[in-house]
Design a protein around this ligand. Structure first.
Ligand SMILES: N#Cc1ccc(Nc2nc(N)cc(-n3ccc(CO)n3)n2)cc1
Length: 287
């Protein structure tokens, strides 16, 4: 279900950071295309040695991503197992993870943020139609392939990364640490994953995108995070009412009441044409 890549074809260059349980490196992949030798930049995602027992789940994620293809989903070339290294080989996405991009203080417009949100919603519609639960939707797993900028006005382009080790494999404390991205019902029964869990995480990711990469519930320990759910709390509402309402609808504690992906897209389109967006767009072009 995926391409096995020989380690001789791979060259590992500098470290680019880390996900949960993995480290990511810039790499090169040698290959042949109609007899021609060529080298491409790749992203090497290496499973931490102390999580070796999760290698099946790690490769299941690789297998999932290599069996489906969509413009807003990361392309996985295959996997490489060499000595004690389990490596997922992905297309290299130029501007990296969105959470870091936003934290670096790039000033992006409201329409830029809405475009990113819409593209994520399109990826979710695609997964929903295939009845696939991603399970790890968050700004850290949104990769920015094109910056898009105010002047030339071309829009950003994002790709949703692989889900990594499945929620089912994670311990309770890892699940608690993923509050407020992980849907509340997952903590009750991690085995029973429904599509609705991705809608909850979409709400949290929307909050991240419009909060400039701020980490929601930063500084809360696991117990306090658990209390946040026990008490049915919500994240601090952004001042844009319609956006805040959409976030709250997605982060509904009753999974069946969360909006369908199509409703989400319709509401995002409504936000794009709303006066708040026009006002803010006017604001940025005035200053
Ligand atoms: N400075 C810088 C810089 C860093 C990374 C990239 N590119 C990239 N391409 C991918 N396919 C995946 C990732 N990831 C990064 C974290 C995770 C965890 O999910 N993935 N980064 C580009 C620039």
């Amino acid at each position: 279900q995926f391409q096995m890549i020989r380690h001789e074809e791979l060259e590992c260059l500098e470290s680019l950071g880390q996900g949960s349980f993995t480290r990511v490196f810039l790499g090169r992949k040698k290959g042949l295309r109609d007899g021609e030798g060529y080298v491409t930049n790749v992203l090497l995602k290496v499973l931490d040695s102390n999580h070796k027992n999760c290698w099946e789940s790690f490769f299941e994620a690789a297998s999932l991503m290599s069996q489906i293809s969509h413009k807003h989903l990361i392309h996985v070339y295959g996997i490489s197992v060499h000595q004690s290294n389990n490596i997922m080989v992905q297309e290299f996405v130029k501007f990296g993870a969105l959470d870091l991009y936003l934290k670096r203080g790039h000033s992006v417009s409201v329409s830029w943020k809405l475009e990113v949100a819409k593209q994520l919603a399109c990826a979710l519609i695609f997964l929903e139609e295939k009845n696939i639960v991603h399970g790890n939707i968050c700004a850290k797993n949104l990769l920015l392939a094109r910056e898009g900028d105010q002047t030339s006005g071309n829009s950003p382009f994002i790709k949703l990364s692989d889900p990594g080790i499945s929620l089912v494999m994670l311990g309770q404390d890892v699940l608690m640490d993923r509050i407020p991205w992980v849907a509340p019902e997952v903590l009750e029964d991690p085995e029973h994953l429904e599509l609705d869990v991705d809608k909850w995480s979409f709400g949290t990711t929307l909050w991240e995108i419009f909060s400039g990469g701020k980490v929601p519930l930063q500084g809360l320990d696991l117990h306090q995070k658990l209390q946040f759910y026990k008490k049915g709390h919500w994240l601090p509402r952004p001042d844009w009412t319609e956006l805040a309402d959409l976030i709250c609808q997605c982060m509904n504690y009753q999974p069946e009441l969360r909006p369908s992906c199509r409703t989400i897209i319709r509401q995002l389109n409504g936000l794009i044409t709303s006066d708040y967006e026009i006002l803010h767009a006017a604001g940025t072009s005035l200053n």
